[in-house]
Design a protein. Sequence first.
Length: 135
Amino acid sequence: MKKLTLFLIVAIVAMIGAAGAQAKKKSGSADGTAKIEFATKTFDFGVIKESAGPVTHEFEFVNNGDGNLLILKASAECGCTRPSFPEKPVAPGKSGKIKVTYNPAGRPGGFDKVVTVTTNGQPRKIRLKIRGTVK
């Protein structure tokens, strides 16, 4: 008798969950897939002066998917490059910016740096590149 009762409870919970998922899907509120698209993935600062201090570029993107886009992480390959990104979800059709700051102090010569952006959408990982020459 206990096994039958347990089975019925599990079956009822499963049916309620499935019905909720179907209702969510029909109402259009189910999460779709986010799709991040950048206007450009590379930026050349040209020649910059070391004495002028850090330089920044903003990479603009649009969520062209049908689900909310989350930027989960943005990481640089070294401490001289610092990315920042929106922490709130970016709705479908909306845009955002990944800000990348390069500190040229003590780094004369050419530079070519990569920032890896990780999202919940497609593609999962994107590589943004900055380059230039420090005088």
